[in-house]
Design a protein around this ligand. Structure first.
Ligand code: UDP
Ligand code: MG
Length: 319
């Protein structure tokens, strides 16, 4: 099979209204680069007509391909399947909702031609997203930066271009809890940025509830660092030291002044506080253990229900 010059991967979960407009804009951009391209829609178990919309386009343009999951496996898994499927020399990943302007692919491709392996699209501004979303997202990237041992680019979504060798490296990862935005940095290679203003969603609603975002944030932090553990052991160490000093103070006080019965408040507050810390500490350890359990259990990352234009064994989950 001939390798296309560029592959575009589109994870899509209930995006029926966005498929056609996205295709139109992509087509316009991609033909400027080369006629040899492929657009791979990864349907993440949509319940609406996303699949039908993709097939309608595929009937007219064979370069449009479909991988459809048996159920919703989440955005990161859709990305994973997309990278395993994409065969192009350069691979772009783009959201289905047109929040990432396809026209930017031209700039990204130019950078790729200039020898960069990873080209991030960095948001300058975001339109019409709630203040809470913007500020939590800003905060998230800062906390992540502080917490993680790998550098993770600030304020970038998933929209990015990867060279063939970068994609091949990404495809070697087998971990379950993955934070793709960090992995592309972890692999190294030459990295650069292009800048854009983030648009509003074209149609439909965001698929990320705050709960899902929380989970993403926790995954991101835990899969990239041991700092939560280290912070808690530091805290445990400090509080034990402080407790020891208090103990000395109280013992000496008792020897000199006898045994006054007051002191209930201090005892109870200290107990509450430190039991709280202890529980948090145990649950952080639990989070890591749960992750180890998931990895050891080694279930497949996702299940493919149907493919069109893609050989099933290419996308099948090998892990
Ligand atoms: N998405 C997906 N599976 C999910 C959730 C989202 O494939 O479980 C896709 C979605 O269709 C979109 C992209 O991931 O193409 C980004 O999602 P969304 O636009 O809802 O996120 P936001 O832009 O609000 O952060
Ligand atoms: Mg979006």
């Amino acid at each position: 099979m001939n390798r296309p010059v560029i592959s575009v991967v589109v994870p899509a979960y209930n995006e029926e209204m966005n498929v056609k407009p996205l295709y139109d804009r992509l087509l316009d951009v991609l033909t400027q680069i080369s006629a040899s391209f492929e657009i791979i829609f990864i349907d993440d178990g949509s319940r609406d007509d996303t699949v039908a919309e993709v097939l309608k386009i595929r009937a007219l343009d064979e370069r449009v391909k479909l991988v459809s999951f048996s159920r919703n496996f989440g955005h990161e898994m859709a990305n994973t399947a997309g990278f395993r499927t994409a065969s192009g020399d350069a691979v772009v990943i783009i959201d289905a909702d047109l929040q990432d302007p396809p026209e930017l692919i031209l700039d990204m491709f130019e950078k790729y031609r200039a020898g960069f392996d990873v080209v991030y699209a960095k948001r300058k501004t975001r339109k019409k997203e709630s203040f809470i979303k913007k500020s939590t997202s800003k905060m998230f990237y800062r906390v992540l930066k502080f917490m993680s041992d790998t550098e993770i680019p600030l304020d970038t979504g998933d929209f990015r271009l990867l060279s063939r060798r970068a994609v091949d490296e990404i495809n070697r990862f087998s971990e379950k809890n993955r934070f793709f935005r960090g992995l592309t940095h972890w692999i190294g290679f030459k990295v650069t940025y292009v800048y854009f203003d983030r648009d509003e969603r074209y149609a439909g609603e965001t698929k990320y509830s705050y709960i899902k975002l929380m989970k993403l944030a926790i995954d991101a932090i835990l899969s990239f660092s041991y700092k939560p553990l280290k912070l808690f052991s530091l805290f445990g160490f400090l509080s034990a030291g402080f407790g020891f000093l208090l103990m000395l103070y109280w013992m000496i006080k008792k020897i000199i002044f006898g045994n006054p019965t007051n002191g209930w408040t201090s005892t109870v507050t200290i107990m509450l506080f430190f039991f709280g810390i202890l529980m948090m500490q145990v649950s952080v350890v639990g989070e890591y253990i749960a992750r180890i359990y998931e990895e050891v259990r080694a279930r497949p990352l996702y299940i493919v229900g149907r493919t069109e234009g893609v050989a099933p064994e290419i996308v099948s989950d090998k892990n």
